[in-house]
Each structure stands twice: as C-alpha cells, then as structure tokens.
Design a protein around this ligand. Sequence first.
Ligand code: ADP
Ligand code: MG
Length: 616
Amino acid sequence: MSTPTTHEFQAEVKQVLDIVIHSLYTDREIFVRELVSNAADALEKMRLTQLTEKSVFDANLDLEINITTDETAKTLTIQDYGIGMTRAELIENLGTIAHSGSKAFVKALQNQGKKGDAQLIGQFGVGFYSAFMVADQVKVYTHSWREDEEHLCWSSDGAGSYTIEEAPGQRRGSRIVLHLKGDAGEFSQASRIRQILGKYSNFVGFPISLNGERVNNVEAVWLKSKDQVTDEQYSQFYKFAAKAFDEPSYRLHFQADVPIVINALIFAPGENMELWGMGQMQPGVALYCKKVLIDPHPPKLLPEWLRFARGVIDSEDLPLNISRESMQDSALVKKLGSVVTSRFLKFLDKEAADDGKKYAEFYKKFSRFFKEGVATDHENREAVAKLLRFESSLTGKDESIGLSAYVSRMKEGQKEIYYQVAPSRSSIESGPYVDAFKARGIEVLYLYETIDEYVVSSLGEFDGKKLVAVNSDKVELDDSAAADGVALSAEDTDKLCGWLKEKLGGRVEAVKAGKRLVSSPALVLTPEGELNPQMRQMMRALQKDEVEPPKVIMEINPHHELIRRLCAIRESDAEAAGLVAEQMLDNALLAAGLLDDPQSLIGRTQKLMERLLAKS
Ligand code: ADP
Ligand code: MG
C-alpha cells in the first residue's frame, strides 16, 4: 500500500476555512443540511449515471443515505451510496473552490451585517467546509462509481492541509466521519440530529436512516395541494432546493391540467445573488417528471432572463426517459416553459398591484432581469414590460410607476408615452425638456440607467402607445399651454430663425420656433436615428474623437425675453448677438448631454463677461 500524501489547501479554501472555524457561530446546525445535500447530489448523479453506464462499482447498492451517531466516541457519520470520488476528484472538489465562490462568500459576510451567520454558506458552493464549524477532524472515506478506482480516505483538521491515503474495503460513494469539537458534542446525539433532519429531510429525494431507522418519507411538496403545506414548509423547501439562506419574496404554487399536466412551485428569491458577485446564475427551476428529477438546471425551460427564479416544474406528460439533450429541443418542454412563464408574470403583476410597496423593494434588487426580459424575450415582452417601474414627473423621488398605471392616467387626447433618459431626477428637472410637458399636465417617465434607452427602444410601444423621448423631434404638443403675453411676431421669428441658422452654420440642421418651451430660451432636439447622449458617451469612450458632432435641430422660444432681445440687437450689435447665439446653442447642447467640447464655453463666457462689465 502506498504512503499517505499531504496536500496544501488552495488559498481560497484556507480563507473560507479560517472564517468557518473562527467566525461562524450562529446556526451551526446548518452543516447537517449541507452534508446531506451533498450526499443527495451524489446519489442523484449516480441515478443518472446508472441510466447510461453498464459497469458500475457496487452496482447492487440502493440509493440511500445512512447517518449514525456515536455519543461515546463523539462522532457523526454521514454515508451515501452515490458517485463517490476518485483521488483527482478529492483534490479538485475538496481542496479547491471556484474563485468567485470564496470571494463572494467573504464579501457577503462582511457586507450584509450577517457576521457569524452560517446560513449563508451553502449558496456559495463551499457548503462542505461547514463541517469544520463543529469538527476538529473530518474524514471522507470514498470509492468512485468507476470500477477500477482506489479505496481512499481524505482527512483534514482544517488547518491548512489535508492527506489522502488508501483505505481498503470502501463501498461505493462517500462516508463522512466528523470528530466533533468539545463544544459540539450535541451533534453526536441521535435526538439532536433527528430534530435537525426534521426540518428538511422530507425534501431529500432519497431515503435517509438515522442509526438504522428510517427518518423521512420522500415527498414532493409541489405535488401537494396548497392547504397541505405551511409557510414554514415552503420556506424550508426553498432553502433546501435553492441552497439558499434568504427568505423568498414570492411563491407561486399551481396545478394545471390543460393544455398539459403541470405541477409547479416557483419562488422569487429575497436576494439577487448576481449583485453579490457570484457571476451569472444558472437557471434555478428544476424539471421533474412524476417526482423524478430530469434536470436541476434546464437551460431552455424558462427564458434566460428568468434565471433568478427557483423551484420545480413537474409534468407527467413528459416521457420519463427523456434525455437532458433532447429535452432542450422538445416542443412539450417549450410549451411547459411558456405556460409557466406567463402564469408567473401574471402572478407578479397581480402581487405588484396588491402590495406595491413590497413589490418596489423586490424590484429594486431584481429590475435588471426584467429589463433584460423586455430586451430579449419577444414572446413575453409586453407582460414583462408591465413589471417595469420608473420615477416620473408626477411621482415623488423614490416613488415609481408602471406603464399600465401611466397609460391609465394619460391626459385626454394623449396618444404617446413620454420619457427622458438621464442620470438623475435633478438633471432631468433642471433641463429644458420636461417643462413643456409639465405645463400641459402630461406625465414624463424618468429613466436613469443607460440600458433603459435600449429597453424602451426594444419595447417600441406599450398597450398600443408609442414610447417617445421628450427630446425627439417627433414630439407634437398642442398649443394650449404656450405662455401668453408678449412674443416675437411670426415674421420676426422667421427672420431670427434664418439668421441663427446662418450664424450657427453646420452646427445645427435647422432652427425653428417651438411651442413646447416654457422657461428656457432654446433647446435642441435629436432627429430619429441619431445617437442619444448615453450611446454617444459610450461611443466616445470607445473611439475617442472619431464620433461625429451631433446633428440637432434647434428650437427657440419666441416668448422668451432673451430671444426677443436677441432679435432686437441682431443688426445693431452683430458681435454681441453672435456670441449670444453660439452660447445659447452650447447651453442647449450641454443640457441635452450633447456638448462634446465644454472647453469652448470658457473663452466665450470670458468675452461675454468683459462686454457686460464694460457697459456698467
Ligand atoms: P457544492 O455542493 O455547492 O458544489 P460543496 O462545498 O458542498 O459545494 O461541495 C463541493 C464538491 O465536493 C461537490 O460539488 C462535490 O463534487 C464534492 N462532494 C461533496 N460531498 C460529496 C459526496 N458526498 N459525494 C461525492 N462528491 C461530494
Ligand atoms: Mg454542497
């Protein structure tokens, strides 16, 4: 027999172990859930392997989990007849972790004020190490399902290294022996373990015995009727199935017979793990056929943007022997996915209507997914769009409104939905565009994220109403609210427009009088097809100065005093008029986020100031 080999843990593992051993002290019992969940995963993999592999080590063993306690020796043993591990797999799976997992785990503990809370651990793919919260020595005896592999024992005290040695006589699968720490003796008591298992063991898809006695009756929560499941059981199931620590925000549990038989239990989580640095999530709604797992992360069952959802879809109409590969292209699976998706979207829409405050909290964390949905999911675009929320000219700061609510309170005769994309409420409200809409009592949606531009352009319209940017030259507002009082005559206005076009030359496509301006002298409009400010900024960041100057239409306000005076001095003081015209355009471009070279403002304002002071 060969001698034991000693291996250093990867640095990320050491970091996680350090935290597990020294700073997790609440909810230590969670390690039982983690180890049992690993055992169940290994059994599940074995079940799938058996479907295709002919030669399997210990092929006659039942797929089950056996737990034994020994109060005298202060040990707890968890054994499964799953796939087991080879030497290389022991090193890969128990000696290293994916970078993002350990980093995200450490960050989560630091940031979320959850210090010391062991509940978090399963979500980050480091659940195995929770054993070291309660054990000062962990041994993993194992034999892989592959016939020619070794009988092995992996062992570590969690301090920095582990050893692997041969250990003849292992059955297939893994047997994990915990030598409990002095203060963790309770976990060698059968009654204590039974109590912990009571919380979730019925969700485990395989038989579990404790000291030879069966403790669970494998049941599928999703096949029960709603009144047979308590809130607590739903929550435990969610945590078990999603390896999650948070409470779900929403759950939808339904059965349907047409067009296909469906039993579905879908959760929206409480936390968005993509915001926690875990990278892009895998799809989290598993596919079952009559309680038998077909795929825990089916890639094409639900639309990709719904990857944050967790839970189960079970359909007895699926052929039991459907392979994961053929499943992805099956028409039945597509139908399943689309029925569940539209149910879930309707459900969220109703929940949002019933409790807007709760929905707003949820939306804050998950809005990215809905925006992605509108941009990518043609089939459900309008239904997803209903779930979007935005601030507007009629909401307060931090209040928001959905598109349906916007449409329901549109002014009589209003045919379009208006919005402006800009980084903040204050930048929109201090700009020249919303004034005219406010004066007419028309609501404008405020969109703060760069991707919002993309979202509205993919959506195009909602409820038959076009979405139109307030700075588009397509906006037609009626005359009702135009300021009264003095204004330039139509003739003077025309002349001034002509003069401005000549003065400003290639910088503007056209100059015209606008009805929409209320308190600003002028603004610029961007014709359709022109890059919006957000896109321009991105392009400029990428290509530096190669982006062409913006093509804009300048609209002037004949009611504004500055415009009237400009008209008056146009001929008598051509130099001042020229300076003012240029400055007015720059101001309008600046307000629109389209001024590429703010430096030019400095020289000109200098001149304007000199002229101003020379007169006094
Ligand atoms: P996760 O379960 O999220 O992958 P863990 O830290 O719990 O993370 O486990 C790490 C890996 O160790 C598992 O992915 C699996 O490959 C392996 N493993 C753990 N327990 C067992 C077991 N009982 N049988 C086989 N492999 C196991
Ligand atoms: Mg695990």
